[in-house]
Design a protein around this ligand. Sequence first.
Ligand SMILES: [Zn+2]
Length: 348
Amino acid sequence: MDSATVVVGIDNGGTTNNATVLTLDGRFLVDRLVETPSRVQEGPEAAVAAMADAFDGVLALTGVPREQVGAVGLDTPGPASASGVISSKGSTNFSQPAWRGYDVRGALERRLGLPVVYHNDGNAAALYAHHVHFGADAMRRSSVSAIVGTGLGGGLVEHGRVISGAAGMAGELGHVHIPMNTVLAPGQPVPICACGFAGDVESVVSLTAIEHNLLPYWLTRFPGHPLIGESPERAAKLVRGYGERGDELAREVFAQQARALAALFTIASNFTDPHAYFVGGGVVETDAAFRDWFLAAVREHTLLRAEQAALATFALVPDRDMAGARGVALAALEAVRALPSPPPLVGD
Ligand SMILES: [Zn+2]
């Protein structure tokens, strides 16, 4: 493995792929999104061809010859196994029947003729947050990341590596049950998650939760609120802007989400006792004052022992759009570094 070796990271999404290139000494060669169509809805064959296009495209853009690529990192939305086999139940992104049980990691590996390392998108973003935050200390630190979107993603990182679990289902933080007594207002119904659980993290901390669980309750407490006139879907998206402007209802909604994340982090503190607690996603892609208020609320309600509080950091997940590609690129880099050095060339 010579010093010119690079790895490529490909973040696969519902409509686009984003690709990046990382050098062996840890430098990203692109500082922005490099997007191409993902063609996921056309089925696995078209999608794998599109990933290969993303790979070729980012190499052309950075002027790196293909021979210098040592490994590739790939992330997709879940659910998928730790080795990159899409769930046999299917999912929103992989709705075409041909995707069910499809080994997307293996398919890309065969297509490119290079080792491919796989993580789901939440785990990839968690890995990126961890490495950016800790830098040179990353392999000696642990963290938990909660990333709020349509659902709740994220992951657990221990000694700089993602905890995948036996079946690849570790770090499914959205479906961890949390005590509701510190989260709900008096008389508020116990929220239900899309997974069927009552009172798990995602049932409170997700865009879906705002639409289905939180706003239907809070709008009854604020008669005459302007969001009453909106469709539930639109109201759920608008509530963040109201929060930034200090609207009382919106602040109740986000305070509730902050308490739920704090309940999750309290569990994490007793489970893996991480060095850092990261929050990312739409909920923190807001103006600085709102973001700081939200993170401070999470920190305030996370119940740490004094010894833990002295060490623990609470921080935001950076560069969310690029986190997936960069996270799996870091995983690929780690895989390349772990490979035994090739034997020296002999001959004349
Ligand atoms: Zn759930």
